[in-house]
Write a protein that binds this ligand. Structure first.
Ligand SMILES: [Zn+2]
Length: 292
């Protein structure tokens, strides 16, 4: 009888210690990571926590990634590597109920999206002071929007396509204009006519509507969990910041505003601030919604 008290104490310590020793996995916890992620792609992460945990967050490069709870103690997350993400291994941190619960490593590798070499008139190559100041306000407004994070997704179903047109599959392509390398194409272009309806691919909240220098009229929607979709070169926007949107709701009209040569929809996806291929996100949104 005398021995039961120390044994119970030892058992108690053994069961509770892993929770306080931050990098070790606690009982009931697991973290399944892909070994690599290509630049500009989103990949699935699975993890479990003790049943009853309500708050889990996954950080990659210090940014919260979209996390979805799919059952008691069962979680899925997406991990996105930006198009210009530094190559090599990066640390990932899982936090459970606000505490460091596990760490892992994922290696970011290069992906070849192709290069487009174009020559344009010199007058399009440099901006006037006024245009530059305008562009800076665009960048600041977008940076603020891309940093938004709200726990839990607003969407529950696989995402839809924003327009019925065909995509040109040009995500990630690097442009060399008059011999100068420019930033890679951060979205996907869809063939569409001026005035064609643009539909919200999933439930969310409009967070930015702005007439921008390069992107023309831009709409950004936050879908929760740090997933932001963007629509550029619009001719009209039918929602305002703060409006909640339903999947399939017509939110804008295709146009050719900003620096473009013809009407089309530029559609982009940011995860935790990283630009990822909308096609890879589309696939992942289905897996997340199905709890796979
Ligand atoms: Zn585009």
């Amino acid at each position: 009888m005398r021995r039961t008290a120390p044994i119970a104490l030892l058992l108690f310590l053994l069961l509770t210690l892993p929770f306080s020793a931050s990098p070790a996995l606690a009982r009931g916890q697991s973290l399944t990571l892909p070994k690599v992620v290509e630049r500009g792609q989103a990949v699935l992460v699975r993890f479990t926590t003790p049943v009853g945990v309500k708050n889990a967050a996954l950080f990659f490069l210090g940014k919260p990634q979209p996390v979805v709870q799919v059952g008691p103690g069962k979680w899925r997350a997406a991990l996105g590597a930006d198009l210009d993400c530094q190559l090599g291994p990066h640390q990932l941190l899982l936090k459970v109920d606000g505490r460091d619960a596990a760490r892992g490593r994922v290696k970011v590798v290069e992906k070849d999206y192709g290069v487009r070499r174009i020559t344009v008139s010199k007058k399009f190559m440099s901006l006037t002071d006024k245009q530059l100041a305008w562009h800076k306000t665009d960048l600041a407004a977008m940076k603020k929007a891309y940093a938004l994070y709200a726990r839990g997704p607003r969407w529950t179903k696989p995402w839809l396509a924003p327009v019925s047109g065909e995509s040109t599959g040009s995500f990630g392509r690097r442009s060399v204009i008059n011999g100068e390398p420019r930033s890679p194409h951060g979205g996907m272009d869809f063939r569409a006519a001026k005035g064609d309806p643009v539909k919200a691919p999933a439930a969310g909240k409009a967070v930015l509507v702005k007439d921008t220098y390069f992107g023309g009229l831009v709409l950004l929607i936050h879908h929760g969990a740090g997933v932001i979709s963007g629509y550029r070169h619009l001719s009209a926007c039918l929602v305002k910041p703060g409006d909640l949107v339903k999947p399939g709701q017509v939110v804008a009209k295709v146009g050719m505003s900003g620096r473009v040569t013809g009407p089309h929809l530029h559609y982009d996806i940011h995860l935790g601030g990283a630009r990822v291929d909308p096609a890879s996100w589309q696939k992942l949104s289905g897996l997340l919604a199905a709890g796979k």
